[in-house]
Design a protein around this ligand. Structure first.
Ligand SMILES: [Zn+2]
Length: 83
């Protein structure tokens, strides 16, 4: 009986350590986030996130309703901060 308890504890510790070694997976963001509205920075329109064009510029996330708006925003940005 005593040995069974010791064996059980060792087994529990073994499982615990084995779980520690596993790389933790981040929960995946659902592809479709319904109901989330994002702002198009070029034309100031709000649109559903899953329909928006997403772009990361200088570490910031931007959303656009169309490629034209994205292009327009990039050009405006270049003009305001020439580098
Ligand atoms: Zn737009």
């Amino acid at each position: 009986m005593y040995y069974a308890v010791v064996a059980y504890i060792i087994y529990s510790v073994y499982l615990f350590l084995r779980n520690l070694g596993k790389p933790r997976r981040k929960p995946q963001e659902p592809a479709r986030l319904s109901g989330v509205m994002v702002k198009d920075e070029a034309c100031q329109t709000y649109l559903p996130r899953n329909e928006a064009l997403r772009d990361v510029i200088d570490g910031r996330e931007y959303f656009f309703c169309s490629k034209d708006c994205r292009q327009k925003f990039l050009e405006e940005r270049k003009r305001s901060a020439p580098r």
